[in-house]
Design a protein. Structure first.
Length: 484
């Protein structure tokens, strides 16, 4: 059956050059005869391109595409991968478009495979299992799970792709209670480099399943994934306390956070951020206390920060879909900004380093009026995730206690050089007092210059590279976060 064509004239005229392969091609002519009628195809020059290409969160280091294809069926994905491989056409499959690192900028003149049609959710309540399509976002699962009294450890915002996050490990506020997202992943169906549709689980293609859980974007396109889900905690209600402190309080706030280094309850998650308040003309240190339990149990943790003299405080008792889908997603889910992230994984909270950073951040923000960063430290209990042996999955950093993310945003691109210099210096400062002898980087938060050992762990790379040779010998997948 012929594919649906957005603009027949534009397609017919389009022959697109791929500098990488030295060839040119007409996307509709090449893929059209082999895909179903629901598949959309557009060349970059086509007026309908915007409705076929996947969305993109950050304009920084964005991939460039000469054509996009939006497959409708699993068989379409198989055909597209097979044909693209045969013609040496570089491609990137995308879902919610939140990947942001220099590696995305390495995807040039490529074909975008937009997974938006694969956004299905089905829950087997009795078996405590949820199966999602490869184009599902976290926001697609919050309400359906809550409605049946279940929960999954998801990422913290609605707008991120489930599989994009999961294949790198998957972190979030539920991590203390349930571990990484990969720790609940039971099985996947995926299209590999040959175009084959394969299953992977602990018992089927178990080595591939090992690799998927931490380095997964290097091995294929997941079309469907099944997770174990949990009965919801505290009837799905969560306490959120948000506190904002003046600059002078930074040492006492960071010291309070450091007091959780030895032990943090699994029900508790802390977000500690530095922001610059342009109205006040000074920085703020902010704390979010998230507690999955009754208010009375959360109270001691709220009191601990309340006692430090916040300028503002809001305490709410929410449903978890409202926490993740509304409050934590506010201001971070908008597409189209220039977002240039840096990151460090920490094993300890060094108060002197945090305080020095805060002072430098304040100075930098004052000198750069278009700088609108949020530098957030996410502190979760890693006791449950530590119960999964290091050897069980490719994910290398079960010892990270705090994920520190420099979410750098700015409207004036001319400050980019200064942002990079400052961020690299801050990253090195935190690395030096992280408590780790080697850099620990969560692959989904990378900037792109860290190298594979920091993202995948030197001890995991040999096995990952052997598996890469077996499943994707011509490196069709994984350009944004390569194993080499
Ligand atoms: C605002 C924001 C909030 C975030 N919050 C969290 C969080 O709470 N927890 C967390 O762990 N991470 C978080 N991240 C990081 C996030 O996990 C990564 O950016 C992730 O890669 C995004 O996936 P995506 O589908 O949104 O992006 P895309 O850019 O569409 O995809 C990212 C990568 O995943 C691959 N991919 C996507 N879908 C599939 C699939 N079905 N099969 C195979 N490969 C696939 C793509 O090929 C690409 O390499 C956040 C990022 C942002 C920008």
């Amino acid at each position: 059956m012929a594919p649906r064509i957005l603009s027949a004239l534009a397609f017919a005229a389009t022959a697109t050059a791929f500098p990488g392969s030295g060839s040119s091609f007409n996307a509709t002519a090449l893929f059209g005869p082999h895909v179903s009628s629901g598949t959309l195809i557009a060349a970059f020059s086509d007026p309908g391109f915007a409705s076929v290409v996947g969305p993109r969160w950050s304009t920084w280091e964005a991939p460039t595409y000469v054509a996009a294809i939006k497959p409708a069926t699993v068989s379409d994905i198989q055909q597209i991968v097979k044909i693209a491989g045969q013609h040496q056409i570089p491609f990137l499959a995308t879902n919610a478009g939140h990947g942001a690192a220099t590696g995305y900028g390495d995807v040039q003149n490529a074909l975008n495979i937009n997974l938006a049609h694969f956004n299905s959710v089905s829950i087997d309540v009795a078996a405590s299992r949820m199966t999602v399509g490869g184009g599902t976002k976290f926001g697609d699962v919050f309400d359906p799970l809550f409605a049946v009294g279940k929960e999954l450890q998801t990422g913290n915002t609605w707008c991120v792709g489930v599989m994009g996050a999961t294949l790198g490990g998957g972190i979030g506020a539920f991590q203390g209670l349930h571990g990484l997202v990969i720790d609940s992943l039971e099985s996947v169906e995926m299209v590999t480099a040959s175009g084959a549709l394969v299953k992977a689980s602990k018992t089927v293609n178990s080595d591939l399943f090992w690799a998927l859980r931490g380095a997964g974007t290097n091995f294929g396109i997941v079309t469907e994934a099944t997770f174990e889900v949990h009965d919801y905690t505290n009837s799905g209600r969560v306490v959120l306390g948000q506190f904002s402190f003046p600059p002078a309080a930074n040492v006492s706030v960071y010291s309070a956070v450091a007091s959780f280094d030895r032990y943090i309850p699994p029900e508790l998650a802390l977000f500690v951020s530095a922001t610059f308040n342009r109205t006040a003309g000074e920085s703020r240190v902010n704390v979010a206390v998230i507690y999955f339990g009754p208010v009375a149990d959360a109270q001691p943790f709220l009191d601990k920060f309340d006692a430090l003299g916040p300028l503002a405080k809001v305490v709410r008792n929410l449903t978890t879909p409202d926490l993740f889908g509304k409050v934590l997603s506010t201001g971070v889910c908008n597409d189209g900004g220039r977002q240039n992230p840096y990151h460090v994984g920490l094993g300890r909270t060094d108060v002197a380093t945090f305080s020095k950073f805060f002072g430098e951040f304040d100075t930098f923000a004052k000198a750069h009026p278009s700088y609108a960063a949020v530098v957030v430290a996410q502190r979760y209990s890693n006791v449950v995730m530590g119960q999964t042996p290091d050897t069980a999955t490719a994910y290398p950093w079960r010892d990270i206690k705090t994920y520190l993310l420099f979410s750098n945003t700015y409207t004036n691109n001319s400050i980019e050089g200064d942002v990079d210099v400052a961020s690299k210096s801050w990253r090195a400062m935190f690395e030096a007092t992280s408590g780790f002898s080697t850099p620990h980087m969560y692959v989904n938060y990378d900037h792109g210059d860290e190298g594979p050992a920091a993202k995948y762990g030197a001890r995991k790379l040999a096995k990952l590279r052997v598996l890469k040779q077996i499943w994707d010998p011509h490196h069709l997948f994984g350009t944004p976060n390569p194993l080499y």
